[in-house]
Design a protein around this ligand. Structure first.
Ligand code: SAH
Length: 394
């Protein structure tokens, strides 16, 4: 049901006509009707022409666009967006014989701002980042069931830590369809992983590193590999299955280290070839000069907001300089940043500063990003968040 209208200031219609999905509060001339957080609103230009419809929310981003059509959306909207998203994944070869887990809805990239759905071989984990998506969760779940049919056994709604403020006071996480048994095993490029969407970070697994983990395999054959910020041990498992000589995994969280150990065992490896350390990466790197041929640096977002950007850049610089300093001559570093506010150029410049600080000769072998199941709308470049470089350190 359409709860009200938002009329934009003159000139503020242009970005919406170019399909940018956000309307900032400063672009709004007037509001009409009963607009509350999460209500569906019509959006009009200053001449009262309909530009589309979206979810209203008090805050800097006041409307998240769901449709750029004149006709008001109905329940079919969800099914239409889900079908389009599934087609996109199929065209990218997902799922495949060896990979049965992928991101099914990537917010703005799939025309559904505020919504994430990860698919883990029969189970969908839904996460709302806006009040609107939270309010429509059951409708979305119903559309998901209809679209995916019997392939979908479970829908788990996990938004306790992602929905805005006040909503978090209530218990939110629940099964909207079926009952899952966790941990659940997924195949990814033939590697096996346990996913625990109830207890794990985010939706339970970081699907965005799939292609980068595969590339790491090519560099890990016969090598001594250090995987820092390992979480579930994704890079570690790929390195071992590819034929690494030895892999060490590091994470500050004891829970993450336990998860990594379980995944290593699941893939048939033991403590002879793999060791886990529950310590801070910065501490671990001290005194490790010349021990590793390959080092992976995949830290959590050091900056979640613009104000924290400077501090984050210093963190990336210090971390990378230290890894560049200790790695064996001829070694390879896979380095990443998932901070949205640190863009590709800034990340690159930060790595250059780290190289200067480390004083070693370094070459860039690959520029990495997020995979096709984390699409970026061409009109919403903010959607690109994962940046990576593969470096050769002489
Ligand atoms: N590389 C992982 C995802 C990393 S998520 C993958 O492919 O799935 C980031 C991880 O960094 C989290 O598990 C968190 O516990 C860990 N972490 C955060 N700060 C850390 C620190 N200073 N040292 C080591 N680990 C840290």
């Amino acid at each position: 049901m359409i709860a009200g209208k938002v009329v934009l200031k003159k000139g503020k219609e242009h970005s919406i006509q170019r399909f940018h999905p956000w309307i900032f509060s400063g672009a709004i001339q007037t509001k009409e009707g009963n607009l509350e957080d999460g209500s569906l609103t019509e959006v009009l230009d200053f001449k009262n022409n309909t530009l589309g419809f979206g979810h209203y929310q008090n805050g800097s981003i006041a409307v998240r666009m769901l449709s750029f059509e004149k006709k008001s959306p109905d329940v079919k909207l969800w099914q239409h967006k889900l079908t389009t998203a599934i087609q996109l994944r199929q065209s990218a070869g997902l799922p495949s014989k060896t990979t049965k887990a992928f991101r099914l809805i990537h917010g703005e990239g799939d025309g559904l701002p505020g919504l994430i759905i990860d698919y883990y071989d029969g189970a969908a984990v839904m996460q709302a980042h806006s009040v609107g998506m939270h309010l429509y969760r059951q409708e979305i779940a119903n559309a998901l069931k209809e679209t995916m049919g019997d392939d979908l056994k479970v829908i788990y709604y996990k938004s306790q830590s992602t929905v805005p403020g006040k909503l978090r006071d209530a218990e939110l996480d629940e099964y909207l369809h079926g009952m899952g048994v966790v941990p659940h095993v997924i195949p990814e490029n033939g590697n096996k992983f346990y996913v625990d969407w109830e207890e794990g970070q985010k939706t339970g697994f970081f699907l965005d590193q799939r292609e980068n983990r595969k590339l790491l395999g090519d560099y890990a054959v016969g090598k001594k590999v250090l995987n820092t910020f390992c979480y579930t041990g994704g890079f570690s498992v790929y390195a071992l299955n590819a034929g690494a000589k030895l892999v060490h995994s590091v994470d500050a969280s004891a829970k993450a280290v336990a998860l990594t150990e379980k995944n290593i065992e699941l893939n048939g490896f033991n403590a002879e070839i793999h060791k886990c350390f529950a310590v801070d990466t910065f501490d671990f790197l001290k005194g490790k000069d010349g021990e590793y041929d390959v080092i992976i640096l995949d830290p959590p977002a050091f900056a979640k907001h613009r104000d924290a950007r400077h501090q984050a850049v210093r963190g990336y610089q210090r971390l990378n300089a230290e890894a560049m300093r200790v790695i064996k001559p001829g070694g390879i570093i896979f380095t990443f940043s998932c901070s949205q506010v640190v863009d590709r150029q800034l990340f690159y410049d930060t790595i250059v500063s780290a190289a200067i600080q480390a004083g070693r000769s370094i070459k860039v072998l690959h520029h990495l990003t997020q995979p096709a199941d984390h699409p970026v709308s061409i009109f919403h470049p903010e959607g690109e968040y994962l940046k990576g470089l593969v470096l050769y350190v002489e």
